[in-house]
Design a protein around this ligand. Structure first.
Ligand code: ZN
Length: 141
């Protein structure tokens, strides 16, 4: 992944977010806060039979936190809860700079955030949505 791809992904998901809206059919929600940047997102999921049937986020934040939430939802909607948690593990591994090429492939577009592992000040922005997802799924088994 190069810087150009990273910037394109970031801009695209901020100009045209797919999942930034309320979710009337949500079965659970969880708020996430990153005080160091001022990012506040609330994640909404419709969980049924252990599958993420639908999802969205609301709130405000910097370009990285918003794009990360939007891309995360692209990846996890339609998946089993266990798969979503697995992807969250991989995302954190990537940000920690410990991911393999095969694992990076699994993250699809979220792999664009690999550069953030070299930007310590932005790490909390990038992982906010994923950490909120983990909390939400652990609370709603
Ligand atoms: Zn931020």
């Amino acid at each position: 992944m190069n810087d150009h791809f990273y910037n394109e992904v970031l801009i695209d998901h901020n100009l045209h977010p797919q999942h930034l809206h309320e979710l009337p059919c949500a079965t659970c929600s969880h708020a996430g806060l990153n005080p160091s940047c001022g990012d506040e997102i609330t994640l909404h999921l419709q969980l049924e039979n252990g599958i993420v049937q639908s999802g969205s986020y609301t709130g405000v934040g910097c370009a990285i936190s918003q794009a990360s939430a939007d891309i995360m939802l692209d990846l996890i909607i339609g998946r089993q809860k266990e798969d979503a948690l697995h992807l969250a593990e991989l995302f954190k591994k990537m940000i920690a700079g410990e991911i393999s090429d095969d694992e990076l492939d699994e993250l699809e577009e979220a792999g664009a955030f690999q550069n953030v592992s070299k930007m310590p000040a932005r790490v909390k922005c990038a992982v906010l949505a994923w950490k909120t997802l983990e909390l939400l799924l652990h609370e709603n088994g």
